[in-house]
Structures are given as structure tokens and as C-alpha cells.
Design a protein around this ligand. Structure first.
Ligand SMILES: [Zn+2]
Ligand SMILES: [Zn+2]
Length: 213
């Protein structure tokens, strides 16, 4: 899929899609999720999902070790741990070319750096490099769960990332568990910031379990 096509596809989704038939944030057992990539795809198809993205931490092994990209509903994706302005953030890359050589240097090589919350702290990337490499790999860079960005002014925070080439905010996200406790901004603020900066609004469940929502 070309970069423009993936952008247009992301732009075509509505808020209702994200709570019904599109889930652009799922973890498989290639990172800290419980289901295999195949099980995720089978369950998503059984539920009638239109599109899904498996976004494992710092890895695209879900795509390299399987042939799930043959399925039309699957968008090849990744979620990188980054450090920006003193804050831990996650950046999602949608529609990346999994054979791109440049982006390979960003992927984790150890199992811990794909799975373990603590060990992933040693695998933090520079957001500028991450966004550039996502873009060069034909993907679209999106800030994950922005309500959890520990900053005073989300608009200023996001503008810095937009200058680096960020194109979207994960707007429709459930904020369950720990993410709910770390929530510093409201969804209304995220929608406002997305609109002020002309950003794509994406969404996903961040499902790690045995059942997709
Ligand atoms: Zn995340
Ligand atoms: Zn995640």
C-alpha cells in the first residue's frame, strides 16, 4: 500500500468504526499479548472487523513470522517506545513496508525489549528518528494514547512532534487499567488538538488478551 493510500484509508475511518469494526491497536504474543497473530486475525474475521493492526512493542515479528499480510483486513504496524521532553511516549507506525532496511535498526533484538515494561525502558528511541524512519518506510506516524502524555499543554507537546513529521493522534482509546490511572488529558482535548493541527484521528483498543473487544 502506498503512503497516500494508507493515509486516505486512516482518514476514512469514523469514531463509530473504531468502537465497532476497526481496531488499530492490538498486541500479539510476539510482544506482551496473549494471542498469536493468526488467532487475532481469525477472531477479527469472525467478528466481521473491516481492518485491524497488530502493533507490537518495538517489533514487526508478527508479520515476518507469518503470512497474515495476505489478509485484506491487516495493516502492517508497530508501536515504538520513545522518550520525548522528559516523557515516555509510544509512537505507532501504520502501513510500513516490512522489508524496509532503514527502519530495521529501530527494532528490538531481545525478547525483553519487545515484552517487558521494565526492560523496554532500555530500548527508548528518539522520536525524531522513529517518525522519520516510519515515514521513509511508507508509513504514517501516530501518537499512541495521547491522554497519557504527562505535559502541561498537549497542543505544544504535539506540535513539536508534528514538526518531526507526526501525522495522527490515537483519539479513540479506552484508557482501561493503568492507562486510565495515567490519564492527564480528556478525549475532548485530544480531538481539539488533532483538529487544530490537522491530524488524522485513529483509534484502537490496545488489546493484550484472548478476546478482541
Ligand atoms: Zn502504548
Ligand atoms: Zn500498545
Amino acid at each position: 500500500m502506498r503512503r497516500e493510500e494508507i493515509k486516505n484509508l486512516l482518514l476514512s475511518f469514523t469514531a463509530e468504526d473504531f468502537f465497532k469494526n476497526v481496531d488499530l491497536h492490538i498486541h500479539s504474543n510476539e510482544s506482551d499479548g496473549k494471542m498469536s497473530p493468526y488467532e487475532i486475525v481469525e477472531q477479527a474475521k469472525a467478528q466481521g472487523k473491516k481492518y485491524i493492526a497488530i502493533c507490537d512493542h518495538n517489533t514487526i515479528d508478527a508479520y515476518l513470522s507469518t503470512n497474515i499480510l495476505r489478509e485484506e483486513i491487516v495493516i502492517p504496524s508497530v508501536e515504538f517506545d520513545c522518550f520525548y521532553k522528559g516523557v515516555l511516549i509510544h509512537i505507532l507506525g501504520y502501513g510500513i513496508d516490512i522489508d524496509n532496511k532503514e527502519i530495521k535498526s529501530l527494532f528490538a533484538t531481545s525478547h525483553n525489549a519487545k515484552t517487558h515494561n521494565f526492560f523496554r525502558l532500555f530500548h527508548l528511541r528518539n522520536p525524531k528518528e522513529v517518525i522519520e524512519k516510519i515515514n521513509n518506510a511508507g508509513g504514517v506516524a501516530v501518537l499512541a494514547h495521547p491522554c497519557c502524555c504527562w505535559c502541561f499543554n498537549l497542543d505544544t507537546f504535539v506540535k513539536g512532534l508534528v514538526k518531526m513529521g507526526l501525522e495522527g493522534l490515537e483519539t479513540y482509546y479506552p484508557y482501561n487499567g493503568l492507562r486510565g490511572m495515567l490519564k492527564f488529558h480528556s478525549r475532548e482535548t485530544v480531538i481539539k488538538v488533532a483538529e487544530q493541527n490537522n491530524l488524522i484521528k485513529t483509534g484502537g483498543t490496545d488489546s493484550h488478551g484472548l478476546n478482541l473487544l
